[in-house]
Design a protein around this ligand. Structure first.
Ligand code: DLL
Length: 455
C-alpha cells in the first residue's frame, strides 16, 4: 500500500503523440486530446449535421427545426441557427417526448431532480453509455488516475449521475472501483483504509465532513494513501479547493457536468488546473448573455449553453444550462486545444437580490473560506425584518475557536462582515456558530435559505 510520503502526484507533462509521464504511460487517453482547433471544428460540423438528422426522428425537434437542412451547417458558428432548448422544454416532453430512437433502443434513464413539476428524464442507448464511460475515463486519466488505482466513489448511486456515470468511467479505465455511495463515514473510512484507496470522487460539502469524522476517530486525513480527488456537482471556490488539498495532502480536480448532457464528464480540469476543458468532440459549448441569448466575448461571464454532439437516444440542442461561467482566453499549457471554461460562478437561479444588489453564494464563500478560524460549512439566510431585507450569514467555526477569547469572536465577526460588504455591497449579520451545527444533507449542499419567499 502506498505511504503518505510517496504519494504520486499529477505531473505537468504537455500532450504530444509520444509524451509520457514518469511511470512510462502516455499522457493522453484519446487521440482527440491532440486535435488542433481546425480538426475540432471539422469534427463538430460533421457531428452537428449527424445530430440534426437524428433529431428529425423526434416530433418536438422536427417542429423546432423545420426549414433547417443539416447541410446548412458549414461551421460551428452556424449552431446559432438552431433554437435554444430550456429546462421547461425538457419538462414539457417528460417522460419520453425527446427520444430520437425507438424506445426499445434505450437501455437506461437518469433524471435530474425536479423541485417543482415534472423532472427531466434523460435516456441513453447502449452506444450513449459507451461514449459516456469513454469520455469519463478520459477525464480521470488526464488527472493521473491509472488502472492500478483503487477508486472509491462516494457519490449517490441511482437517478443522480455522479454514481453510475463516474463508476463506469473508472471501471473503463481498469481501476478497482468501489461503489461506496454517499455518507456512512465510518464505513467510508474503513474502506479507504482496508483497500488502500488512492483516488476518490466526492461532493465538496461531504469531503470536509469526512475529514471531521476521521479526526473524531483519531485519524489524520493526511495519513490515508489518497492522492487524487475528483470533486464537482456543486460550486466551490479556489479557497475551498486549497483547504481540501492541504487537509488530505491530495490533488483536487474540478469536474463539471449535468444530467442533460449525460452527467459528469462534460468539462474537467487538467493537471495545470487553469480552468476546465470542455470536451469539444462531444459537446459544443457557447456562452451567452443571460438576458439576450447573444454570445458574449471570451473572458466575459455569461450562461453556458451546451449541445450534445454524439448522443443517439436523446441529443439535446443548445441547452440553456443556467450555469454562469466564461471562456478563458488563450491556450492551456497542457497542449489540449479543447476550450476552457472558468469554474462555475453559480447558477443564474442561485443569484439573490438584497437591497437591490445581485449576489451569488460563491462570492460569499470566497471571502469566508480565507479565514483560518472558519470551519467547513455556512448558510445564507435571507429575511425581511419589516424594515427591509436582512442578509444573515451563519458560519461554522473550528471547534477550538469557541474555547478561545470571546473578544476574538466579536472582532472576527466584524472583520468578516466588513470583507463581505466590500465584496457584495450589503452588510450582512454574520453569525459564527459551532462546527457541525448547521443542518447537513447527503446530497448537494443547501447554501441559501430564502425565508422571504411566499411559496
Ligand atoms: O451534478 C452531474 C455531476 C455529477 C457533475 C458528479 C460532476 C460530478 P445534475 O444533478 O444534473 O448533474 O446537476 C447539474 O450541477 O448544471 C451545475 O449547476 C451543477 N454542477 C455540476 N458540476 C459542477 C461543478 C450533476 N464542478 C448541475 N461546479 C449543473 C459547479 C456544478 N457546479
Amino acid at each position: 500500500m502506498p505511504q503518505a510520503d510517496t504519494k504520486r502526484r499529477a505531473e505537468l507533462v504537455p500532450v504530444s503523440p509520444d509524451a509520457k509521464t514518469s511511470d512510462g504511460t502516455s499522457v493522453f487517453l484519446d487521440e482527440s486530446e491532440l486535435w488542433d482547433r481546425d480538426r475540432i471544428a471539422s469534427a463538430q460540423v460533421q457531428s452537428l449535421r449527424a445530430v440534426l438528422k437524428r433529431a428529425a426522428g423526434c416530433g418536438f425537434y422536427r417542429e423546432r427545426l423545420a426549414g433547417l437542412d443539416p447541410m446548412d451547417i458549414a461551421s460551428p458558428a452556424d449552431i446559432a441557427r438552431i433554437p435554444f432548448t430550456t429546462k421547461d422544454d425538457l419538462r414539457s416532453q417528460y417522460p419520453l417526448g425527446l427520444l430520437c430512437v425507438p424506445r426499445r433502443e434505450i437501455v437506461r434513464m437518469h433524471s435530474s431532480s425536479g423541485t417543482t413539476g415534472n423532472p427531466v428524464a434523460v435516456c441513453h442507448t447502449r452506444g450513449d453509455l459507451g461514449e459516456w464511460a469513454g469520455v469519463m475515463a478520459r477525464c480521470l486519466y488526464m488527472v493521473g488516475v491509472r488502472p492500478d488505482d483503487v477508486f472509491q466513489n462516494m457519490s449517490g448511486y441511482g437517478l443522480f449521475t455522479g454514481g453510475l456515470g463516474i463508476h463506469f468511467g473508472a471501471e473503463r479505465l481498469g481501476c478497482m472501483t468501489i461503489p461506496a455511495g454517499p455518507g456512512n463515514s465510518r464505513r467510508q473510512i474503513k474502506l479507504l483504509r482496508d483497500f488502500g484507496t488512492t483516488a476518490i470522487h466526492v461532493l465538496p460539502s461531504y469531503a470536509l465532513i469526512l475529514a471531521d469524522h476521521m479526526r473524531e476517530l483519531g485519524e489524520d486525513p493526511k495519513s490515508f494513501p489518497l492522492r487524487v480527488a475528483v470533486v464537482g456537482a456543486e460550486p466551490y471556490s479556489e479557497e475551498f479547493r486549497l483547504r481540501l488539498q492541504n487537509l488530505y495532502d491530495m490533488d483536487v480536480f474540478n469536474s463539471y457536468g449535468l444530467s442533460e448532457m449525460s452527467g459528469p464528464g462534460v468539462a474537467f480540469e487538467c493537471p495545470w488546473r487553469q480552468g476546465l476543458h470542455v470536451w469539444e468532440d462531444h459537446f459544443l459549448p457557447e456562452i451567452v448573455d443571460v438576458a439576450t441569448g447573444e454570445p458574449v466575448p471570451d473572458g466575459e461571464v455569461g450562461e453556458l449553453v451546451l449541445t450534445s454532439l454524439r448522443r443517439e437516444g436523446m441529443p439535446i440542442l443548445r441547452y440553456r444550462t443556467r450555469d454562469l461561467t466564461r471562456f478563458l482566453p488563450g491556450d492551456c499549457p497542457c497542449g489540449r486545444r479543447h476550450r476552457r471554461i472558468d469554474r462555475i460562478l453559480g447558477r443564474a437561479d442561485d443569484m439573490f437580490i438584497v437591497k437591490g444588489v445581485n449576489i451569488y453564494p460563491m462570492q460569499i464563500e470566497r471571502v469566508i473560506m480565507t479565514f483560518p478560524d472558519v470551519g467547513h460549512d455556512y448558510r445564507i439566510v435571507l429575511e425581511n425584518d419589516g424594515l427591509g431585507d436582512v442578509l444573515r450569514v451563519q458560519i461554522e467555526m473550528r471547534d477550538a475557536f469557541f474555547e478561545e477569547d470571546m473578544r476574538k469572536l466579536q472582532s472576527l465577526q466584524k472583520t468578516i462582515a466588513q470583507r463581505l460588504r466590500s465584496e457584495i455591497l450589503v452588510t450582512p449579520r454574520v453569525e459564527l456558530v459551532e462546527g457541525s451545527s448547521l443542518p447537513k444533507t447527503e446530497g448537494k449542499a443547501v447554501r441559501v435559505v430564502d425565508m422571504r419567499r411566499k411559496d
